[in-house]
Ligand binder design. Structure first.
Ligand code: PLP
Length: 425
């Protein structure tokens, strides 16, 4: 098939009419499919159901060290869970604080505390005229929503093949003391699937921020979510920071949301000794202790970080075929037409898809009219504004293979139609 841009107007029109007929047939099927959110499927959730049984009939409700998990206390989490996450994130257990069920909630807390109370004695951000965050784009919409809620100005930082544009990051961070943070999803990034290179991680560790209370929000949500036998390797940011003496720069987050149950898992923050003391001084007022019943369930079910790594192979077996359905369809339907580009991630939950500039909203509209919901177009950018109107986050995990095949066929059709509409006008 010829590239669309090199077709004559008459050829484009003929192709469009053919596609329109196919599209109408789709509309007549009254589909109702959802490719919008990166949620695990029911089958994935089933994988962790035996976890609910591990405490049943057990009489020993004490964690290592003797704390009764049914009672108050152990603010930073039970030792066995701290050890598992310390192993996953390659830090010491003392540098881990276990939170509730959501890492996003912990990120929100960190920003809320910085706004209201200040980081390590610095002026609370809410008292400053201007607070800015750097946002590698495309990125995770819920990070951006937190900034928007607190009135934090967001600055787009383009993503390169190996992570954010670090020259630009350095320029902002080292020259503007109103720049207080940056959002990073360093492994299998949401949505691009990119893992930051060693050079990028080292460049983060070497930053000399103008603001003493600048923090890197290192959201390592997909640290064990591989889709390949040759998983990406992410350099440990704390190791890189240690070489620079800059460990206080980083808050690292992760959770078991896409390991066990989304919404009923365990979240953690990893941080330097000084940051940990600062965070705990606030957390200790916020709660008398986390949900340790859920923590012990996880510890007795997974046992070790290797237990989690083994479990993730079962997730991979369920979701890799779904990624392949989508990528095969893109390869077959779109790769030769010169109208799209897309990522082929080694892990994580998303495929990042770029249409021709100015076409993404139209694709979203056409899909919606035919019964397929995509992630809101623009959501991968601060303020919901994709300056080029081209990025779409494709989330293949939740629908069944059959639903996904239908949805992606329609999606490709809509991409072709929107591209031809652009080219013909
Ligand atoms: N961080 C990233 C990058 C995500 O993609 C998600 C969920 O999609 C989350 C955090 C949410 O994590 P949690 O369930 O631990 O709040």
């Amino acid at each position: 098939m010829k590239q669309y841009a090199s077709m004559t107007h008459a050829e484009q029109k003929a192709e469009y009419d053919r596609l329109l007929n196919e599209y109408r047939a789709f509309c007549d099927q009254h589909l109702s499919l959802d490719m919008s959110r990166g949620k695990p499927s029911n089958e994935q959730l089933e994988l962790s159901m035996p976890m609910l049984d591990v405490l049943h009939g057990q009489h020993d409700m004490r964690a290592e060290g003797g704390v009764d998990i049914r009672n108050y206390g152990q603010l930073d989490g039970i030792p066995e869970v701290k050890r598992i996450f310390a192993d996953l994130l390659e830090v010491e257990p003392d540098n881990i604080m276990v939170g509730g069920n959501s890492s996003l909630n912990m990120m929100f807390d960190c920003i809320n505390w910085a706004e209201a109370l200040g980081i390590m004695g610095c002026t609370p951000w809410a008292k400053l005229d201007k607070v800015k965050f750097l946002c590698p784009v495309p990125g995770y919409d819920r990070h951006f929503s937190i900034c928007e809620l607190f009135g934090i100005e967001m600055i787009n930082i383009p993503m390169k093949e190996d992570g954010p544009d670090m020259d630009l990051v350095r320029e902002y961070v080292e020259n503007d003391d109103s720049v207080k943070g940056i959002w990073c999803v360093p492994k299998y990034s949401n949505p691009t699937g990119i893992t930051y290179s060693d050079d990028v991680v080292r460049a983060f560790a070497a930053l000399k921020p103008a603001a003493k209370d600048f923090r890197i929000f290192w959201d390592n949500a997909y640290c064990v979510h591989h889709l390949s036998d040759t998983p990406d390797q992410l350099l440990n940011i704390f190791t890189a920071c240690k070489e620079q003496g800059s460990e206080d720069l980083v808050y690292e987050f992760t959770s078991s949301s896409k390991i066990s149950f989304s919404g009923a898992g365990i979240a953690v923050v990893a941080a330097s000794k000084a940051n940990m003391a600062d965070l705990k001084s606030k957390r200790t007022i916020q709660t008398i202790g986390p949900n340790k019943v859920v923590q012990l369930m996880h510890a007795r079910y997974f046992h070790t970080a290797d237990g989690i790594r083994e479990h993730m192979k079962k997730h991979r077996a369920l979701i890799e075929p779904k990624f392949n359905v989508v990528l095969d369809a893109f390869d077959k339907e779109l790769s030769e037409l010169g109208i799209a580009s897309y990522t082929r991630p080694n892990g994580g939950y998303f495929i990042s898809f770029d249409t021709m500039p100015g076409c993404a909203s139209r694709v979203g509209e056409l899909c919606k009219q035919a019964g397929v919901v995509l992630t809101t177009v623009g959501a991968t950018f601060p303020y919901g504004k994709d300056p080029e109107d081209k990025n779409i986050r494709v989330a293949p995990t939740f629908p069944s293979i059959e639903e996904l095949s239908q949805a992606v066929t329609l999606f490709c059709l809509c991409v072709k139609m929107a591209s031809l509409e652009k080219l013909m006008n």
